[in-house]
Design a protein around this ligand. Structure first.
Ligand code: ASP
Length: 464
């Protein structure tokens, strides 16, 4: 494996560096705030000329790729589904399961975050300062609130009149719709005509993933700059929010596996959840250690076939598709992050807007690449859509590694439950066919084997 995002070259892992950046930026920021005060000229100058610009450059690198990434990954995903017509019912069931389970996960996340309210776990004075510091001008806020309220126009507006305008305005729903249409139309034209466009989109996809990789190299500095900006202005209080947020997201992810997926395995698959989890353990451990659904695909396939006895015809179709399309953990995480930051920045979201957040979380989770941090650029896009200052991403990026490991594990768990569900409902497999002895060693792979970002993104070939 070439140098990967998980390993930034000279020994220290990138995520360790990001954590160090967070720690250093936060400590210096809190010190500056308590010793000098946020209004001190030195603190202001550091924010204006050093910390601010570094943080902004990092954020802009992520923003830069939102549009090509969303378009290419969704158009390609839909174009890849073209072959589903050949596979028919199995494909329909798999996609249905992906969407429903992802929507359930996202809804769970929204319920938990509405109860725990991590974004409001800061005192009133800090909140007021947060709002003053990051308030965008009132007019644009009102306009955004109006355009993102949920109504019949929301549905009509999804059908964009001008995909370029949607792209320029970062109107993700419009763009996603266009990408769906584009991908669907690609499956309807002659294969030899579609091929060059698909290859072009694959290349675009590879290029944007490369840019994410480059941007992430800047992340330790960007995160340090951004968090310095936040803590030097707001003091230590803001870090409480972070602790609540991490606990809430991890709690919701665990709940989704222990309750939702277990219920599915028990009642729709007809298998003991404990046995299911123990049989898929090596895939879960691989997902946890690599933070990449794509990199976990080979282990997930081996697990499904050798440890659960699921026929390769089903596993070989559902798992590759699921590794990029079915991201329960990612959707749950995205929804919770958007709402936490909205709470913190005082952006009031109505119930209708929460529904839009849920839908966006599901759609962007489908569009996210199965690589470490694959959902971050899309998350930045959703924040923009709801007029939530993207600086908030600084707060969460510092702790994202652990959340990424956890949500990827849930993503892979979802993929495997989808495979078992489809196999069972097709009548080609049931729990009694689980081999008495697991074929694949279920011991944990060494963390040193962690491939990090796959050099070549794993292509999704539903019929391959
Ligand atoms: N790392 C996740 C995965 O590969 C994607 C993400 O949520 O960033 O499944």
């Amino acid at each position: 494996m070439a140098e990967s995002i998980g390993n930034s070259g000279k020994g220290m892992k990138l995520h360790t560096k990001i954590l160090l950046g967070l720690g250093l930026g936060a400590t210096l920021g809190v010190l500056a705030n308590t010793l000098l005060g946020s209004g001190h000229p030195a603190v202001q100058n550091i924010n204006t000329y050093v910390a601010g610009p570094i943080g902004q450059i990092f954020l802009r690198l992520l923003f830069m790729i939102v549009i090509p990434l969303v378009f290419a990954s969704i158009a390609l995903g839909v174009a890849g589904l073209g072959d589903i017509r050949r596979i028919g019912r199995v494909g329909g069931k798999a996609i249905g399961y992906f969407l429903v389970s992802t929507a359930v996960a996202a809804t769970l996340g929204l319920i938990v975050v509405s109860f725990v309210r991590p974004g409001e776990r800061i005192d009133a004075a800090t909140r007021t300062r947060l709002l003053e510091t990051y308030a965008t001008d009132a007019a644009s806020r009102v306009e955004a609130a109006q355009t993102s309220s949920f109504g019949i126009e929301t549905l009509v507006n999804i059908v964009t009149r001008n995909p370029f305008k949607s792209a320029v305005d970062l109107d993700l729903l419009g763009l996603i719709f266009f990408a769906f249409m584009f991908g669907a139309a690609l499956t309807l034209i002659a294969a030899h005509r579609a091929k060059p466009m698909i290859q072009f989109l694959e290349a675009v996809n590879d290029v944007v993933i490369k840019i994410v990789e480059i941007a992430m190299k800047l992340a330790p500095y960007g995160v340090a700059g951004l968090i310095f900006g936040v803590t030097s202005r707001l003091g230590i209080n803001i870090l409480q929010l972070l602790a609540w947020y991490v606990v809430a997201v991890l709690g919701a992810l665990i709940f989704h596996v222990v309750v939702n997926i277990s219920l599915i395995i028990r009642f729709l698959v007809g298998m003991s959840p404990l046995k299911f989890f123990s049989r898929i353990r090596s895939a879960l451990v691989t997902a946890f250690s690599t933070s990449s659904s794509s990199a976990t695909l080979p282990t997930a396939l081996a697990t499904a076939e050798q440890n659960l006895g699921i026929p390769p015809s089903i596993a070989g179709f559902v798992l590759p598709l699921g590794s990029t399309m079915c991201m329960n953990g990612t959707a749950l995480f995205e929804g919770m992050t958007v709402i936490t930051l909205a709470q913190a920045f005082g952006v009031d979201l109505s119930l209708g807007q929460m529904v839009v957040v849920m839908i966006m979380s599901v759609l962007t989770a489908v569009g996210a690449a199965g690589v470490p941090g694959g959902s971050i650029p899309l998350l930045v896009g959703i924040l923009f859509m709801f007029n939530i200052p993207p600086e908030g991403i600084a707060l969460i990026l510092g702790v994202d590694r652990i959340l990424d490991m956890a949500r990827t594990t849930v993503n892979v768990c979802g993929d495997l439950s989808a495979t078992a569900f489809v196999a069972r409902s097709e009548g080609v497999w049931n729990a009694s066919m689980v081999p008495a002895v697991a074929g694949l060693d279920t011991s944990a792979p060494s963390l040193d084997d962690s491939p990090g970002w796959p050099k070549e993104p794993v292509a999704v070939d539903p019929v391959g």
